[in-house]
Each structure stands twice: as structure tokens, then as C-alpha cells.
Ligand binder design. Structure first.
Ligand SMILES: Cc1cc2nc3c(=O)[nH]c(=O)nc-3n(C[C@H](O)[C@H](O)[C@H](O)COP(=O)(O)OP(=O)(O)OC[C@H]3O[C@@H](n4cnc5c(N)ncnc54)[C@H](O)[C@@H]3O)c2cc1C
Length: 390
């Protein structure tokens, strides 16, 4: 029997879970060659992007910790897809390479919206920017410990997080906790550390019930974070954050966490996209107008055909889609009826510092909230499961 080639582009959450699902569903019955293409020699635990900003912890997992065998890894970028020929062009250290595929899975995900470089501050868009943030607040606290001027010291001990999605919430909680710890070590008064979270809406996390927003704000307050609602930051200049309501906030550090956009590389490939740049797929994740190409995760627009509800850009949704994709590809190979997309149970987990978390699960008639250490334990478990770390 001819060995099939399945190429997966992108080793984020969707990509690694798709490979496991393909191996599980197809590997046993059919000889299959699986190739993963990713620009990095590691998987990034993207939901932990705030970690390098607050402590010296790596969020990069080498591929050999995730795949022990039977996956060929190419470190490179896919620059072109030719769906008529069923081939792709990959750019890597040795130059350009053309690869033929039988099945192609696109999981190139999303990127953090980068703030305009002229608007100041640092965008939490990569582990490297996380390290810049870490260095900045540590230097600020070192300077604060020598500052005689009270105003100057207050400014050096202040941080502003702009954008109050999950990432802004988790970043601000962890920053407040770590800045207080280091301030104490440096002989500063930890109560002088101020961390502000700028929220453009009137409540935190309005995708959920009002109670969740209130609980989050209370927990953040306990961690030392103050939330400013109904405000947008315009820019940061010389340590002053300017808000659209005229407020000017002295802040030694400002961090932008203003949401995700689909990977811009998609617009240079010959595949159908929505107006906001996501790949158009059918109810079984097949890319429209292309044979043998599937797309899941943050870069796909996936809609429940029964309810019309769209999946969000979340790690949980990406991994559920990936598990279903293994069965879909198997069914397509065997010319059987394939499973179709279903919306996953709504669950959100928030890490709120080192040992605190909050989990919200929406069941048909009841909302479940788990907080404190239990919430954190569940949060940590989901981080590890998502990255296939034991
Ligand atoms: C700070 C932060 C906190 C978050 N918190 C949560 C949370 O608490 N819960 C939750 O469910 N979700 C959370 N999310 C969202 C979650 O991270 C995404 O939904 C998830 O990463 C989507 O997975 P993905 O595999 O589709 O894409 P990604 O994780 O973005 O992976 C894309 C992969 O494609 C690779 N790639 C890119 N371009 C190319 C190319 N041209 N060729 C080859 N490979 C390429 C990249 O290197 C990467 O490995 C958070 C996101 C951020 C940024």
C-alpha cells in the first residue's frame, strides 16, 4: 500500500494534538508519513506567555519531549501552498524545498496584535518580549531602591497592563505578585507597588456571566491589581500612560495585551479567507475549494452547523477540534461519513498568581465556579495537558 504523506503546518496546540489524533486514528491501519513544519525547534506554551515576563521560567518545550517517534520535524516556514498540485514550498536553513502531500493540516494560529512602535510600552507578543518586560520591572525596582524622590520611586514601582482579556488578567495578577516579592527583597515597601489593568469595557470578561467579572475583579484586587474600566490607552510617553478619558498615569512599565489576530501569513496563500483573515472551512474542517486540506485552531473560522455558534480563539477549542480531526481524516480516507463540528462545553480557567486560580464552567442550567488553590491546580493541569506535558 502506498505510504500517505500528511503535512502539518504549525506546532501550536492545534498542531500537536492533530498529530497525536492522526497517529491514533490512522497510524494503526495505514502506513503514514507525518511531517511537522514549524519555524521553532520547540513548541511554545502560548497560554503561559506572561510567565517569562514575571519569572525566569521557560515556556519552550523541545519537540522530542512531545513526539518520541514517527514524526519528521522540519524547522522552517511554509511560504506557498499549491492545492492543484498538492504541494507546498517550505523555506528553511538550507533554502527552499517543495514537498508533496496527500493531506495538509493548517494550524498556523494567531499572533498578538502588536501595538504601533510609536505608542511606547512593550507588547506581550513573544517569549522574547516577555523577557524584556521582566528586565524592565526588575531594573525599575533596583532604581527605586536608590531613589530619594518619592514621586520618582512611585513611578518606578508602578506597572500598567493595557488590555483586559485573559492574558491581561493573568499578566497583571502575576506581575503584582512578583513585583511585591522583589520589592520586599530590595528593602522597598511592597504596598507601594501599583499594578493597573486598563479595561475598555465596564466589566471584566464580559463573555461570561456578570458574577464571573465581579469575582475576577475581587481576586485581582486581593493580588494587588486595580482595574480601570471604560478606558482605552492611547500611548505611553516618557513613563506616562495616556488614556482616552484624559487620565495620565505615571508608570515605569507599560505592557500591551490587546488581543489576537489570525496569522497574517494566511493572506499570502491561495486559500479562501473570511474578511477578518481566518480560513473558511466546512463543518468537518475541510478548507473550501481545496482537496485534502484541513484547517483548525485560531486561524480557522469554525461554526457549529446546528446553532451557528462560532468557536473562539482558545486553546481548549483548538485541542477539541484536533481530536475530532483525526477521526475526520480517517473517515475521508475510507470514504465514510465524517464527524461534524460540535461546540465544546464553555470552560475558562484563569491563573491569578502563583497559587490562585479561577475556573468557570457553563452547564445548561448552572454556572460552576472553582477558585483558590483548587482553581489554580485545575488551571495548571489544563496548561500541561494542552502542551502534552506529563
Ligand atoms: C497570553 C495568552 C494567554 C492565553 N490564555 C488562554 C487561556 O487561558 N485559555 C485558552 O483556552 N486560550 C488561551 N489563549 C489562546 C490560546 O493560546 C490560543 O487559542 C492557542 O494558542 C491556539 O492554538 P493554535 O495551535 O491554533 O495556534 P498557536 O498556538 O498560535 O500555534 C501556531 C503555530 O504555528 C507556527 N507557525 C506560524 N507561522 C508558520 C508558518 N508560516 N509555517 C509553519 N509554522 C508556522 C507557530 O510557530 C506556532 O507553533 C491565550 C493566548 C495568549 C497569547
Amino acid at each position: 500500500m502506498k505510504k500517505m504523506t500528511c503535512v502539518v503546518i504549525g506546532g501550536g496546540y492545534a498542531g500537536i494534538h492533530a498529530i497525536k489524533a492522526i497517529q491514533k486514528n490512522i497510524g494503526r491501519n495505514q502506513s503514514i508519513r507525518i511531517i511537522l513544519i514549524d519555524p521553532n525547534p520547540y513548541h511554545i506554551k502560548k497560554v503561559l506567555l506572561f510567565k517569562p515576563a514575571v519569572e525566569k521560567e521557560t515556556i519552550k518545550i523541545p519537540w522530542n519531549r512531545i513526539f518520541t517517534s514517527n514524526v519528521e520535524i522540519i524547522q522552517g516556514y511554509v511560504t506557498m501552498i499549491n492545492h492543484k498540485e498538492k504541494s507546498i514550498i517550505c523555506q528553511h536553513a538550507l533554502g527552499e524545498e517543495q514537498l508533496m502531500y496527500d493531506n495538509l493540516v493548517i494550524t498556523v494560529g494567531s499572533c498578538f496584535q502588536k501595538s504601533d512602535p510609536n505608542t511606547g510600552g512593550i507588547s506581550l507578543s513573544s517569549p522574547e518580549n516577555g523577557e524584556l518586560i521582566f528586565n524592565q520591572w526588575n531594573e525599575n525596582l533596583a532604581l527605586a531602591s536608590k531613589a530619594n524622590n518619592q514621586e520618582e520611586r512611585k513611578k518606578l514601582m508602578a506597572a500598567t497592563v493595557i488590555g483586559a482579556g485573559i492574558s491581561g488578567i493573568e499578566t497583571s495578577a502575576a506581575l503584582a505578585e512578583q513585583m511585591r516579592k522583589v520589592a520586599t527583597i530590595k528593602g522597598l515597601n511592597p504596598k507601594e507597588v501599583t499594578v493597573l489593568l486598563i479595561n475598555s469595557k465596564n466589566i471584566l470578561f464580559d463573555e461570561g456571566p456578570g458574577k464571573l467579572g465581579i469575582m475576577l475583579e475581587e481576586r485581582l484586587f486581593q493580588q494587588g491589581v486595580q482595574v480601570i474600566h471604560n478606558a482605552k490607552a492611547i500611548c505611553e510617553k516618557n513613563g506616562i500612560v495616556e488614556l482616552d478619558n484624559g487620565q495620565r498615569i505615571p508608570s515605569g512599565l507599560s505592557v500591551w495585551t490587546i488581543g489576537l489576530i489570525p496569522n497574517p501569513i494566511l493572506s499570502s496563500w491561495d486559500i479562501p479567507l473570511t474578511t477578518d483573515g481566518r480560513v473558511k472551512v466546512d463543518e468537518s474542517y475541510r478548507v473550501k475549494e481545496s482537496i485534502g486540506i484541513y484547517c483548525i485552531g485560531d486561524c480557522a473560522r469554525i461554526v457549529n452547523p446546528r446553532t451557528g455558534v462560532e468557536d473562539q480563539m482558545t486553546c481548549k477549542e483548538a485541542t477539541v477540534q484536533a481530536r475530532r480531526l483525526g477521526k475526520i481524516i480517517k473517515a475521508d480516507i475510507l470514504h465514510k461519513r465524517s464527524p461534524i463540528h460540535k461546540t465544546a462545553i464553555t470552560t475558562y480557567c484563569f491563573g491569578l498568581g502563583e497559587k490562585q486560580g479561577l475556573v468557570w464552567v457553563e452547564l445548561p442550567k448552572i454556572n460552576i465556579y472553582l477558585s483558590g488553590k483548587l482553581g489554580f491546580w485545575i488551571r495548571k493541569l489544563t496548561w500541561d495537558i494542552a502542551s502534552l506535558v506529563k
